[in-house]
Design a protein. Structure first.
Length: 208
């Protein structure tokens, strides 16, 4: 049976920032925490950033310093009986982790829901091809993008749109950035490692 009201809320941070400087994501987290502090909910904030300003806030929030990985978050969800996760303050890091948690089945198992953004929206954001479909539907300009599951499809797409292209693994096991490939040789080489770190064995390819 679904819980009628969220009691334990987990806010997922974006991870380390430059020492002495707050990022927009941390500033957003501070505002969210202050707003929820006026309710009777139990707040939890997880980040791998030891220099986070959250512990210094004059509000009742449990600060959890932990690696931002799926396994770490699953343990936190179980130990703290989390009802809701709020990923919007953690940028793409938190959104990707939320999607991976959803794909693992743990959110359904523990009856945990997301707040501020639906799992469908998170999936669309993390999958450039799906996001492009949404943008086209609302008649917004898009960049040629596809999601591939093998090298052949990636090469075919690159041949059609032309080099250079950017690639990035979908639902990556590690923190990854987009990689620019200027030719066929680079693309084939970079795809090999990109597929290895993708949970879904998928890589996004887009025209630069």
């Amino acid at each position: 049976m679904a819980r009628s009201r969220a009691k334990n809320i987990l806010i997922i941070g974006a991870g380390p920032t430059q020492i002495g400087r707050d990022t927009e994501s941390e500033a957003a987290a501070v505002q969210i925490i202050k707003n929820f502090a006026e309710t009777d909910r139990n707040l939890f904030y997880v980040t791998s950033d030891a220099n986070s300003v959250i512990p210094r806030l004059d509000v009742d929030v449990k600060f959890i310093e932990a690696e931002l990985t799926v396994n770490s978050l699953i343990q936190i969800l179980r130990e703290n009986e989390i009802d809701v996760i709020l990923p919007v303050a953690g940028n793409t890091v938190a959104l990707q982790l939320s999607e991976q948690l959803n794909e693992s089945g743990i959110l359904k198992e523990l009856n945990v829901r997301t707040m501020g953004v639906t799992t469908t929206t998170i999936h669309n954001i993390n999958n450039p091809e799906l996001m492009n479909r949404v943008l086209k539907h609302i008649k917004e300009p898009t960049i040629p993008t596809t999601v591939v599951e093998n090298v052949t499809d990636a090469l075919r797409f690159a041949k059609r749109v032309g080099f250079p292209v950017l690639i990035k693994p979908i639902a990556s096991l590690t923190k990854t950035n987009r990689i620019k490939c200027d030719n066929k040789h680079q693309l084939m080489e970079m795809l090999e490692s990109a597929f290895k770190v993708s949970i879904t064995n998928q890589v996004a390819v887009e025209k630069v």
